[in-house]
Design a binder for this molecule. Structure first.
Ligand SMILES: Cc1cc2nc3c(=O)[nH]c(=O)nc-3n(C[C@H](O)[C@H](O)[C@H](O)COP(=O)(O)OP(=O)(O)OC[C@H]3O[C@@H](n4cnc5c(N)ncnc54)[C@H](O)[C@@H]3O)c2cc1C
Length: 417
């Protein structure tokens, strides 16, 4: 299904989209109380897969051919915006499973790989993860030390990844390793493979209902048919995944801000100090108006990015239908592809940078409006505050995104990193 009003920059939804988004809203409401409990007890929310699976959210932008809903990327972003109101933790689950999980396969896998992996992930039987970051290679994944070598029909992987979201229970993940020629390739890894080990990372500041893992590949056996894309093009695949990851984080951040605003309005109208409601005080209204500005400015950036990303998707899908050698064509710097990818990449960086800073600012203001009531672990705004700290770090730390934007504008001679 495609979004019909893009050219007019009209973001009204059709009846079918509205129906889907109403279902997302209902699913969000149905898991809210359980999410609070899971968060406080630091457990994964076991209602996510069944409740969101029922409405197709586990494969929202994935083609119907592989069991998804086949929705366009803007509709998916609207859904993430709604999910974001329930917190960054829940939204992170979807970003990892769908945006940097399934979408990486939808974009880069061959037909056999897509048939083998996507249906089980859209049905929720198998959850996905994305393992790029290493203890010594965070903002600079090009310096990764995880290695692969070829042995008969297999690749053998050795190395460590960390902070892998959904990594404790994912059945399949993409990962990235350096070959003997120094080039990085991408792989699809079944987590029951020999030599694969995952261990939960504890002691997190926030995002307490989502689990992250440290992954060790110790002579891990990956069949050659699980090479993702072209050998040596792994970093390009990872960076393309980050476009989708950043867009999803930015979309979810809007929901976080909306929840902070709603909570702050309710509290400030109810709470009386110095003879009248907090909502009547000018300094409190300044907090509220800043939140509104943050929400609306982020919305336009996110929706614009989703439109640009959809155009890139449509171009590549048309190419795939026409040309069996499509990967080669893209690798050879197809001009239209480079232009569309560059645009989506830049906009996603802007949307992520702005929306995540904005979400942290909103959460901070919301905690302030709540005063001591906001400084309790059980308050929604306290959770948004803790969780929004992470989104300024992952999917490209915000400093790195700033450098990316300035360097792009200045040109190659002025690359800051
Ligand atoms: C909650 C959470 C979930 C995550 N989930 C995943 C996941 O699912 N999969 C995955 O692969 N990874 C994941 N990550 C890892 C995340 O992508 C990295 O943390 C992030 O890329 C930053 O890397 P780093 O932590 O090593 O920090 P570093 O790269 O060491 O950076 C530290 C600081 O230095 C700044 N910095 C770095 N380089 C420069 C420079 N050139 N100039 C100026 N400043 C610079 C950064 O902006 C940052 O502020 C997750 C991380 C967190 C916290």
């Amino acid at each position: 299904m495609s979004y019909t009003n893009l050219s007019k920059m009209n973001f009204d939804v059709t009846d079918e989209q509205k129906n889907f988004l109403d279902n997302v809203d209902k699913a969000c409401k149905s898991i809210r109380a359980h999410e609070t409990q899971c968060y406080l007890e630091e457990k994964s929310n076991d209602m996510l897969v069944p409740e969101f699976g029922k409405i197709g959210m586990l494969g929202c932008p994935i083609s119907k051919k592989y069991g998804g809903l086949g929705y366009d990327i803007l509709t998916y972003a609207f859904a993430l915006e709604r999910i974001g109101r329930e917190g960054n933790a829940i939204r992170t689950f979807f970003s990892v499973h769908v945006s940097i999980g399934q979408m990486v396969l939808q974009n880069w896998a061959d037909e056999e790989q897509k048939k083998r992996y996507l249906p089980q992930t859209t049905s929720g039987k198998s959850i996905m993860a994305f393992a790029l970051t290493e203890p010594d290679a965070g903002s600079d994944p090009g310096s990764m030390t995880t290695k692969f070598e070829e042995q008969g029909d297999n690749f053998i992987l050795n190395g460590k990844k960390h902070w892998v979201g959904n990594g404790t229970f994912a059945k399949v993940m993409t990962t990235y390793a350096r070959g003997p020629d120094g080039r990085i390739s991408a792989f699809i890894v079944d987590t029951d493979s020999k030599g694969f080990h995952a261990e939960e990372m504890k002691n997190k500041m926030g995002l307490l209902s989502i689990k992250n893992a440290e992954i060790t590949f110790q002579n891990c056996v990956v069949p050659k048919k699980n090479l993702l894309g072209t050998k040596g093009k792994g970093l390009s695949i990872a960076y393309s995944a980050l476009i989708d990851g950043r867009l999803s984080v930015a979309a979810g951040a809007i929901g976080v801000m909306k929840d902070c605003l709603d909570e702050s309005i309710t509290h400030s109208q109810k709470r009386q100090q110095h003879g009248s409601a907090l909502a009547k005080k000018q300094l409190i209204q300044e907090h509220l108006s800043s939140m509104i500005l943050n929400i609306e400015s982020s919305r336009w950036l996110v929706y614009r990015t989703a439109v640009a990303r959809q155009k890139l998707h449509d171009y590549v899908e048309t190419l795939k239908e026409k040309d069996t050698n499509w990967q080669e064509k893209l690798n050879r710097e197809d001009k239209e592809y480079s232009m569309l990818r560059g645009k989506a990449d830049r906009l996603a960086a802007i949307a992520k940078l702005h929306s995540t800073n904005a979400a942290f600012d909103c959460a901070n203001r919301a905690v302030q409006i709540f005063g001591s009531f906001g400084y309790q672990k059980t308050s929604r705004v306290a959770r948004h505050f803790l969780d929004s700290r992470a989104i300024m770090i992952y999917e490209g730390a915000n400093e790195v995104l700033k450098l990316k934007l300035a360097s792009l504008e200045l040109g190659d001679k002025y690359q800051a990193y």
